[in-house]
Design a protein around this ligand. Structure first.
Ligand SMILES: *Cc1c(COP(=O)(O)O)cnc(C)c1O
Length: 476
């Protein structure tokens, strides 16, 4: 394909994309294919001679779309949202065209420098404490990671290195066994990636029991730390979650931050989903105490209209991350080293894409007010669904609706009955939801996901819940 052919093909593709997103409401949200559906649709080998572009285009509907779960359908209410917007798609096109690998400043200065500035813009939009921002002139700064899971792992590994250095200095007699004695903490509502980061980092992780509002509190964390210290273990790290995945609950960051400071733990905040809501002043009470944290992460690729992957992470003292991961082979050295961040030291891979373009385009083309309007609209839609649920005495809401997630179940019915309701809803193909379970209570999660969701879609979703509920209750 040459440049002229690309012009023509990309116009076709642009039309296809615009049609797809404009008419996505009409597609069945969950595919009906069986595992293995795709192989028979393709030749057994790659072609010897080039195919025609038109054949490739035609195969999108024949091969791919039947097996796509339409995450941006307004009938998609599973998990948490994933971002999608035209500005972000345009930015990814340009990023792919430039196609640089921005691991050091000199490997593509714009890639590093735009990222530094965009993480400041974004941090200001969220009203993060200035210590996190590079513009403050301190030790803080932001970086784009691929995912929240990577951000947690990077924070944990940095905390591990920092604590091991400390032990070596303070208690040299313990240094040999210190790594095996490290222990970190998260709430029982923390994301599975927290436990997984512990496995990867080779450290023990403890789940601290959350309270009746599913929040981790200071006293429980303190108690867990004291118990471990009594056993001769070395507490080093805690993750506070803002907007935990099961029910979008919020840990008490101030209490956790104070305990972390008392015992010298690194405090990382995982706000993967809820962080986007901080663009609105009225939700910032949820991050009270964030100034006590050492690192903060959220996914613009979840709720801030940026396509995957773009996970924003800020570190109060970036040198602690850089020192933990610094290796400096000759082929990566350059003369400007030290004057600008070399982001390769801030992350696990070496290579990195030009992802800050997505943030730039989205922040410019929506503006602060546009982003706020998006969040507020989606929170209102969640409350619309909540109101419907509350009006029907057969249902109960099992957690406060703070942002865009409604957790509900059939009241006084067994987990099995609720499981069947969920199964029937997904089999119906009109809407897609996933469940969660807290302390043995199974419930359904209705998340407002697509930016295309309108009040009418929420009403239709509720009608579908009513229909499947009536059918199910007639049966039993
Ligand atoms: C979605 C989510 C994650 C995982 O996000 P990735 O970017 O896919 O790693 C982690 N924590 C919370 C609270 C989440 O909601």
């Amino acid at each position: 394909m040459d440049g002229e052919q690309f012009r023509a093909a990309s116009r076709q593709m642009t039309d296809y994309i615009a049609d797809y997103l404009t008419n996505i409401r009409e597609r069945r949200v969950l595919p009906e294919v069986e595992p293995g559906y795709l192989r028979p649709l393709l030749p057994a080998q790659a072609p010897d001679t080039p195919d025609e572009w038109s054949d490739v285009m035609a195969d999108i509907e024949r091969v791919i779309m039947p097996g796509v779960t339409h995450w941006h359908s307004p009938h998609f209410h599973a998990y948490f949202p994933t971002g999608n917007s035209y500005p972000a798609i345009l930015a990814d096109m340009l990023s792919d065209a430039i196609g640089c690998i921005g691991f050091t400043w000199i490997s593509s200065p714009a890639c590093t420098e735009l990222e530094v500035v965009m993480l400041d813009w974004l941090g200001q939009l969220l009203d993060l404490p200035s210590q996190f921002l590079a513009a403050s002139g301190g030790k803080g700064g932001g970086v784009i990671q691929g995912t929240a899971s990577e951000a947690t792992l990077v924070a944990m590994l940095s905390a591990k290195t920092k604590m091991l250095k400390q032990v070596k200095k303070d208690k040299p007699y313990m240094a040999d066994n210190a790594a095996a004695a490290l222990v970190g903490y998260g709430s029982d509502q923390a994301h599975s990636s927290v436990e997984r980061a512990g496995m990867m980092a080779g450290v023990k992780m403890r789940q601290v029991a959350s309270d009746d509002n599913f929040a981790m509190r200071g006293p429980q964390l303190r108690e867990a730390i004291l118990k471990d210290k009594a056993l001769g273990l070395i507490p080093f790290f805690v993750v506070g979650t803002m907007g935990a995945t099961p029910a979008c609950s919020f840990d008490n960051l101030r209490e956790i931050g104070e305990v972390a400071q008392e015992f010298g733990l690194w405090c990382h905040v995982d706000a993967a989903y809820a962080g986007s809501a901080m663009v609105c002043e009225e939700f910032r009470y949820l991050m009270d105490g964030v100034e006590l944290a050492d690192s903060f992460n959220f996914n613009p690729h979840k709720w801030l209209l940026v396509n995957f992957d773009c996970s924003a992470m800020w570190i109060k003292d970036a040198s602690e991350v850089v020192e933990a991961f610094n290796v400096d082979p000759l082929y990566l050295k350059h003369e400007q080293q030290g004057q600008v961040p070399d982001y390769r030291h801030w992350q696990i891979p070496l290579g990195r894409r030009f992802r800050s373009l997505k943030l730039w385009f989205v922040m410019r083309l929506y503006g602060k007010h546009g982003l706020q309007a998006h969040i507020r609209k989606q929170v209102d839609l969640a409350h619309q669904f909540e109101t419907r649920v509350k009006k029907d005495p057969r249902f109960e809401i099992i957690a406060p609706v703070t942002l865009g997630l409604v957790c509900f179940r059939l009241k006084k019915r067994s987990n099995e009955v609720n499981e069947t309701l969920l199964k029937n809803l997904n089999a119906g193909g009109v809407i897609h939801l996933v469940p969660a379970k807290i302390k043995d209570t199974y419930f359904l999660r209705f998340a407002v996901c697509s930016r295309l969701t309108e009040p009418q879609d929420v009403d239709e979703a509720w009608q579908e819940v009513l229909k499947q509920t009536d059918l199910l209750l007639q049966e039993i």
